[in-house]
Write a protein that binds this ligand. Structure first.
Ligand SMILES: [Fe+2]
Length: 274
């Protein structure tokens, strides 16, 4: 097991000011740093790095190892898998970090956890990121056979086409997932709260600014987590979650049918593909 956690994300956007305003005001991120036109926002448990570029772009996703020795082991695993490793594009991690690129061009960065910012912002630890792709199986093979993620659950349509694959990098059910879509792009980013009542508080917070919850509250099948979702100005889904499931190291891959109930035990599903 890689034993890494999602640490920070970088999105490209063609409306930097609106995205920064959303994540600052709606996601409660207050510490703003500007580096050569890029903007970095921080709050306890979450860091975002915005760059100018096409919207809905995952510039990179960064996963943190607990220490330098652990990162070195992961690097050796990636080198042994024949992955091409490049310099890290992240200004958050140190010089020991590196990146690799998946078959869709998504950059994944591996580094060492940095000291966490302490503040009184609402609980929301950056927990998973999901990309949409037209080549689900290729991404599953890449991440499970080379990168070292472990497949927790797979969702298939009646014709056996895989619509989503949830992967873990430690004991949390998923820290990354790939969804079948009509293009390669970012699907959503998710923040784990501390309890169900936090979801209520986030919902009230979004209500104050008339930010509409477009899906949820509900409970997902895979992961068994409670959720609400809103959209950022680029249309990327932003998920607030509670009770994300933990699985044992030897958890067998689960197989789910692509039904509304799988996507949401409590009500309507939101299928990206029919
Ligand atoms: Fe999610």
């Amino acid at each position: 097991m890689l034993n890494v956690k999602l640490h920070h994300l970088s999105f490209s956007t063609d409306q930097l000011d609106r995205m920064v305003t959303f994540y600052r005001d709606q996601m409660g991120m207050t510490d703003i740093e500007k580096i050569a036109g890029d903007v970095i926002l921080r709050a306890k448990g979450r860091i975002m790095h915005f760059v100018e570029g096409p919207k809905n772009g995952l510039n990179y996703a960064s996963y943190a190892a607990p220490n330098q020795a652990a990162l070195e082991s992961i690097r050796q695993l990636h080198e042994a898998a024949g992955l091409e490793l490049s310099a890290s594009p992240s200004p958050i991690f140190g010089a020991e970090a590196y990146s690799l690129t998946d078959p869709d061009g998504n950059q994944m960065v591996f580094g060492v956890r940095t000291n966490e910012q302490e503040d009184n912002s609402m609980p929301a630890r950056m927990q998973h990121v999901v990309v949409a792709t037209t080549q689900v199986q290729q991404l599953i093979d890449f991440y499970s056979e080379k990168v070292g993620f472990v497949v927790s659950d797979i969702v298939r349509k009646e014709d056996d086409v895989i619509t989503s694959c949830f992967m873990r990098s430690d004991n949390e059910h998923h820290s990354f997932a790939v969804f079948l879509g009509d293009a390669s792009k970012l699907d959503h980013n998710c923040y784990e709260t501390s309890c169900w009542n936090d979801i209520r508080d986030w919902a009230d917070h979004f209500s104050d600014s008339e930010t509409t919850i477009f899906w949820g509250p509900g409970r997902h099948g895979p992961g068994n987590n409670l959720f609400i979702m809103v959209r950022d100005p680029d249309g990327n889904a932003v998920e607030l979650s509670a009770e994300m499931g933990e699985v044992p190291e030897d958890h067998a891959t689960g197989n789910w049918a692509h039904t509304e109930r799988t996507l949401n035990y409590w009500g309507k599903g939101m299928a990206r593909v029919e």
